[in-house]
Design a protein around this ligand. Structure first.
Ligand code: FES
Ligand SMILES: [Fe+2]
Length: 370
């Protein structure tokens, strides 16, 4: 099926940005590989992450490793191999690899060829998922919700879903002030605060006074007070956090209303297909009632998100995003696009000359060459 990117090419040409809305470029960042619970000790799985074929395995100690997924000998999928201690053995000719992707054993000879190695990747476990970063030297971890930094959190996984537009576009939803009124019926003048604490982070906080013209607005104002505030943080253009119900108080007086938090992990599956994984978060609470309350908040967050998503999900199924008519009011969007465009493409991006010319094949004939 043709995607919206393939229509109207003459009359409405598709814009090409440096990074934004590009299916072929994968910026450095944390991408979800699979749920932690699906990889037990001494288990291995091959996974496709952001269009890259990888193998992830959990050693005897519980540590997870991620390597490129095809054996450097003859290219067999290492996902059908076997974990031995902290290493992985290829099913086909039993070459063995450590966590750094170095070959440590070849059954039929002692000498290990210098090219017998795999690229390895950085791994983190967070929010019940295994995340992988294309840059093995990445120093920062998976995005934390700023409001929960330093606290332990409980989470609930939402159902993942696909979108036919690039996730750089779906990620705009939370910072598009015009659509709050036109689609969601939230008629509020919002003050904007935009911060870029580092080159891979972009934060937007929106604050407004709750209006009191309509009954629903009056009721909202009665329950949560005069002010409303929510914030979004983007990391590497592939993870986003959303915190809502900030700075509200029950009956405008009691600061007991909890903030609700979400994290979204995004990745390209193939051109025209993006994967979104919602994760609902709350501060970890102790005791039976604390846990029950936490569970209630997570379920409530999930339901609230489903309602909002239902209101404008359709927009993202049929959109040809363009940037040449953005208004002054769209400032957070233009700033966000500029932020995306300065991200760094990773080694998982498609090379421009993909498969134009194959390499010459020759046998390795001497020990020297090895
Ligand atoms: S293909 Fe993996 S050892 Fe030969
Ligand atoms: Fe929306």
């Amino acid at each position: 099926m043709r995607t919206s990117d393939e229509f109207n090419l003459q009359t409405q040409p598709r814009e090409t940005h440096r990074i934004f809305n590009r299916w072929d470029l994968i910026p450095d960042g944390w991408y979800i590989a699979l749920e932690s619970s699906r990889l037990k000790k001494e288990q291995v799985r091959s996974v496709q992450i952001a269009g890259q074929h990888l193998v992830v395995f959990r050693g005897k100690s519980g540590l997870v490793s991620a390597l490129d997924g095809f054996c450097p000998h003859m290219g067999v999928d290492l996902g059908i191999g076997k974990v031995e201690g902290e290493q992985l053995r290829c099913f086909f000719h039993h070459w063995k690899f450590d966590r750094n992707g170095d070959c440590t054993a070849i059954p039929c000879q002692e000498k290990i060829p210098s090219r017998a190695k795999l690229k390895h990747y950085r791994v983190r476990e967070a929010y019940g998922f295994i995340w992988v970063h294309p840059n093995e030297k990445a120093i920062d971890g998976v995005l934390e919700v700023p409001e929960l930094v330093g606290e332990k959190s409980s989470w609930l996984h939402g159902k993942s879903y696909h979108r036919s537009c690039h996730h750089h576009i779906t990620m705009i939803n939370g910072i598009d002030p015009q659509h709050l009124s036109t689609v969601h019926g939230i008629h509020m003048d919002m003050d904007l605060e935009i911060k870029e604490p580092s080159s891979n982070l972009f934060q937007v906080t929106l604050r407004g006074k709750i209006p009191s013209k309509r009954l629903i607005e009056k009721l909202t104002k009665f329950f949560v007070g005069d002010n409303y505030c929510y914030s979004m943080t983007y990391a590497d253009g592939c993870v986003a956090s959303l915190s809502v119900l900030k700075e509200v108080a029950l009956f405008g007086k009691f600061k007991i209303l909890p903030e609700l938090h979400m994290i979204f992990g995004y990745q390209t599956v193939s051109p025209g297909k993006t994967l979104v994984q919602p994760i609902y978060l709350t501060r970890k609470r102790k005791g039976f009632w604390g846990k029950l309350y936490g569970r209630f908040l997570l379920t409530f967050t999930k339901m609230a998100f489903s309602v909002l998503q239902g209101e404008d999900g359709e927009v993202y199924e049929n959109i040809r995003f363009q940037t040449n008519n953005l208004l002054k009011m769209d400032r957070p969007i233009s700033r966000y696009i500029n932020y995306i465009n300065q991200l760094r493409p990773s080694a998982w991006s498609q090379p421009a000359e993909v498969m134009k010319k194959g390499p010459a094949v020759s046998e390795i004939t001497s020990e020297q060459k090895l």
